[in-house]
Write a protein that binds this ligand. Structure first.
Ligand code: ASP
Length: 328
């Protein structure tokens, strides 16, 4: 029987209703979480390692990086077939993507959460864990990177988004759809994530801020980020990546100060591009020194830029080289 190492980090999946506090709070240990899944021992030999027990709003890129280190070390153990991470759903897609950026081995990693607490009626945690362990131990998932596995569907870490604040079918991969599904007797992939790139920063040292373009805003948030020590800024533009023209001079000064500026899009899918030539267009931002990002959400563009600038800080001053890595 294959062995899967389950890292628990917290989230609703490990929460119970607290009468006194009037809401769900962290309450379930890693061991108890696994023990509550009927039939799990028939899927794989499961070893639980508790990493943390927090709501996922407490996760930081540094914690994600440390988690990645712990998982990669565990997966170096010859008898480990794959890993599962239990996680709050709020930032699940960020942790999954950070792990994906750093994951070079063939062994699958599945990040799993739940929309209902362990004490709620029809808690979805046990079924989700069962599926995640099944996928992590499957041959089908090998060599395809990191996944979010919930509600019987398998999503690529790079594509998945939380799309509903409460529904159990919240995770979707807008535009692309899931890569596969987990059924009672099998794991099925209908497509494979392509274009994964793995990075090897020694530490996560770069700080990157996200600034969302909103109608009528100016350069002040950009100026603040530069003054406050950001190494990179992701500007989440409209549509094709267009932004209020009043932000452009801020971009120019940020780039002159050695801060990398990457344009992403507020749109749910698609990539920014220099389709237009008016003030505030991506072409204009590039003339001011910015770099075009790719199809990733702003949150994931930020994590990718953090990883890249941590490994290659010199790229902050090499826009065309940085763009080749960011626009994929
Ligand atoms: N607020 C919770 C968290 O992210 C949501 C969940 O886990 O579903 O920790």
């Amino acid at each position: 029987m294959k062995k899967v190492i389950v890292f628990t980090t917290g989230g609703t999946i490990a929460m119970k209703y607290d009468e006194e506090k009037g809401g769900l709070v962290p309450a379930v240990s890693g061991e108890d979480l696994a023990a509550a899944v009927p039939g799990l021992s028939e899927v794989a030999e499961v070893e639980v390692r508790e990493f943390s027990n927090v709501a996922s709003c407490n996760m930081t890129p540094q914690l994600m990086f440390r988690l990645s280190r712990a998982i990669e070390k565990a997966l170096d153990e010859e008898d480990a077939a794959g890993a599962v991470v239990t996680h709050g759903t709020d930032t699940l897609e960020e942790t999954a993507y950070m792990l994906d950026l750093l994951h070079g081995s063939e062994k699958p990693i599945c990040v799993v959460g739940a929309m209902r607490g362990a004490s709620d009626t029809s808690a979805d945690g046990p079924a989700n864990i069962w599926c995640a362990v099944k996928v992590a131990s499957s041959d089908e998932a090998r060599g395809k990177g990191v996944f979010a596995v919930l509600n019987n569907t398998i999503h690529a870490a790079r594509e998945v988004r939380k799309t509903h604040s409460a529904n159990c079918a919240t995770f979707e991969s807008p535009w692309w759809g899931p890569v596969g599904y987990c059924d009672e007797d099998r794991v099925v992939f209908r497509r494979a994530p392509v274009g994964r790139r793995v990075f090897h920063p020694a530490e996560l040292t770069a700080r990157v801020d996200v600034i969302q373009a909103q109608s009528g805003i100016g350069r002040n948030y950009i100026d603040f980020a530069v003054r406050d020590g950001a190494n990179g800024i992701v500007v989440e533009g409209f549509g094709r990546g267009n932004i209020p023209p009043a932000m452009e001079e801020g971009i120019s000064d940020a780039v002159k100060a050695g801060v990398a500026v990457v344009i992403s899009t507020r749109a749910f899918a698609g990539r920014p591009y220099e389709s237009y030539a008016y003030p505030g267009s991506v072409g204009d931002s590039k003339r001011h020194g910015a770099v075009r990002g790719g199809e990733l959400s702003a949150a994931k563009t930020r994590l990718k830029l953090m990883v890249i600038l941590s490994e290659h800080p010199e790229l902050a001053r090499m826009p065309s080289d940085l763009e080749k890595l960011m626009d994929d």
